[in-house]
Design a protein around this ligand. Structure first.
Ligand code: NAI
Length: 518
């Protein structure tokens, strides 16, 4: 079946976004809203948007006319009878959606497909009061719909495969990538997004560093477009915290999704983020204000000069050791090549998934000389340094001088080094390993194919890479090492590596690999 006429029920932000891309794709769109005048209001504001886009050259006048001609406001629900597909984008309430779906069934033809744009409710539950749940599916778009070129297609427990095919085809006609997801909490995108914020909150809660530095490490060092705390402020704690709790509860307290008490406290304390002028950051006239003196600027002015005698390197990976040797040699620093470091050498530990104390013990060096460095981030963009609890000040100063001051002149806006408190697994290592592990676990749960998981998370969350390709890029073995060590040291099942990751890391094959021989 090809969709020629589409009815949208609920002409709010999402309904009108879907209406726009459908009308642009040449589909007849019927607009209905329960609130008097809302559908006409939605149509008028879409018309204004389309006129602006035409003025900018996105459409010709003829195209504009035909897109507008594809939009029809209807004031009586029975007028949806001629639609091939109905997409519901009303209030996120199960009872109300169930009632609407029963009502829709009494109006439309037997072969009309009924879709829901729900982001957090079960598609199976929405269809459960229907006489024909076979024709009901999730069709989950992201805001703003015209820019977020991804849509999750979610069959419920009874949905026919032909319904999925029609929706996948329609997604493509509207210029969106359709990805098929099992009807599970958060589907792909809102499930795959559980690692970033929760791990960053855990890091903050452990006092590893402040929220600005966590944002900086993940933005500058790891390549995320926004830091997790900037993102929480933008989305709003009143939206994000309930989603974290809901997914955690729906998966019966799976520790990987565990929310953090801090955002609950912020919720009750009404520090909801950007929209109220304060969340993690403070906002004035929509602009984020920082706390003033950055950590880097503080150290630039307060760290005494630290003459460096020599540097002894302990690295888990040969490639990291080479990179550090090249860096130090190019800065005319003497490398201590003895088996055991000389007492006046700075001991630099490039390790994964550990704290500095445990790494120093493993390398049989004195923790008082040791500073660890995170090699998972690009050294030319950001450096994270972690002294042990007992590292002598002079060695902390030397490490800082080596990786912050002696690098090319850095302005305050492009901070390149962060000193963090001793903790297990740095900041970027923890967050990246958790994002990748979660993507792998979504694949292990058979919620979607690894390709769909990768594309959906990348497009839906704006990450620089999808979690599966990111894992391949960093190396599955390295990700596994981080998780195994953190899990062993903390005993927290949150960090247990997914079987999907473990097996592929041990076989040395891509994380995209699916078993095809049985
Ligand atoms: P909205 O509040 O902007 O619009 C909802 C519209 O539905 C309103 O115009 C309202 O008058 C109308 N409505 C409410 N009950 C109705 C009923 N029984 N019959 C007909 N119309 C009714 O909401 P929004 O943000 O567009 O969300 C709609 C749906 O899309 C929800 O299920 C939401 O969870 C989901 N969603 C929202 C996203 C977002 O970022 N806003 C992203 C993805 C999904």
């Amino acid at each position: 079946m090809t969709v020629n006429t589409l009815a949208i029920i609920g002409t709010g932000i999402m309904g009108m976004g879907i209406a726009q891309i459908a009308a642009q794709a040449g589909i007849q769109v019927l607009l209905f809203d329960a609130k008097d005048g809302a559908a006409e209001q939605g149509r008028q504001s879409l018309e204004a948007t389309l006129k602006k886009l035409t003025a900018k050259g996105k459409f010709t006048d003829e195209q504009l006319d035909s897109i507008l001609a594809n939009l029809t406001v209807i004031n009586d629900l029975p007028l949806i009878a001629e639609a091939d597909l109905v997409i519901e984008a009303i209030v996120e309430n199960l009872d109300i959606k169930q009632q609407l779906f029963s009502q829709l069934e009494s109006i439309v033809a037997a072969d009309t497909i009924l879709a829901t744009n729900t982001s957090s409710l079960s598609v199976t539950a929405i269809a459960s009061d229907c006489d024909c749940p076979e024709r009901v599916a999730g069709f989950h778009f992201f805001n703003p719909v015209p820019l977020m070129k991804i849509v999750e297609v979610i069959p419920g427990i009874s949905t026919q495969s032909s319904v999925v095919e029609v929706l996948m085809d329609l997604a493509e006609r509207m210029g969106h990538l359709g990805v098929v997801a099992k009807d599970t909490p958060g589907f792909i995108v809102n499930h795959g997004g559980r690692a970033y914020g929760t791990e960053a909150l855990k890091i903050l809660g452990e006092g590893v560093t402040n929220f600005e530095e966590v944002d900086r490490i993940l933005r500058d060092g790891a390549g995320f477009r926004m830091g997790p705390f900037e993102l929480l402020d933008l989305t709003g704690i009143d939206v994000s915290h309930p989603v974290m709790e809901s997914i955690y509860n729906q998966f019966y307290h799976e520790p990987r999704y565990r929310p953090h008490p801090l955002t609950r406290q912020m919720l009750v304390g009404k520090k909801l983020g950007r929209k109220v002028g304060e969340g993690f950051y403070k906002y004035k006239d929509g602009q984020k204000s920082t706390t003033g003196l950055s950590q880097r600027a503080f150290y630039e002015t307060s760290m005494p000069d630290a003459p460096i005698t020599s540097v002894w390197i302990g690295a888990d990976l040969a490639e990291d050791k080479k990179q550090l040797v090249d860096y130090l040699t190019s800065n005319n620093i003497t490398i201590d090549k003895n088996d055991q470091p000389k007492p006046d050498s700075l001991v630099l530990l490039a390790m994964y998934g550990e704290d500095t104390t445990n790494a120093a013990i493993r390398y049989q060096v004195d923790p008082k000389q040791a500073v660890a460095i995170d090699m998972i981030t690009d050294l030319s963009k950001h450096r994270t340094l972690m002294p042990s609890m007992v590292t002598q000040d002079k060695f902390v100063q030397q490490a800082y001088a080596l990786f912050a001051k002696s690098s090319e002149a850095v302005t305050d806006a492009t901070v390149k080094a962060t000193l963090i408190a001793e903790s297990t697994g740095f900041v970027a290592q923890r967050v990246l390993a958790m994002v990748i592990n979660l993507g792998c676990d979504i694949a292990a749960q058979g919620i979607a194919s690894p390709e769909d998981i990768d594309n959906a998370v990348k497009l839906g969350l704006g990450y620089p890479y999808g979690p599966i390709s990111w894992g391949d890029q960093i190396g599955a073995e390295r990700v596994l090492l981080i998780l195994e060590r953190i899990y062993a040291l903390t005993g927290d099942p949150r960090y247990r590596p997914s079987s999907w990751l473990q097996r592929r890391a041990k076989l040395g094959i891509s994380l995209f690999t699916q078993q095809t021989n049985c």
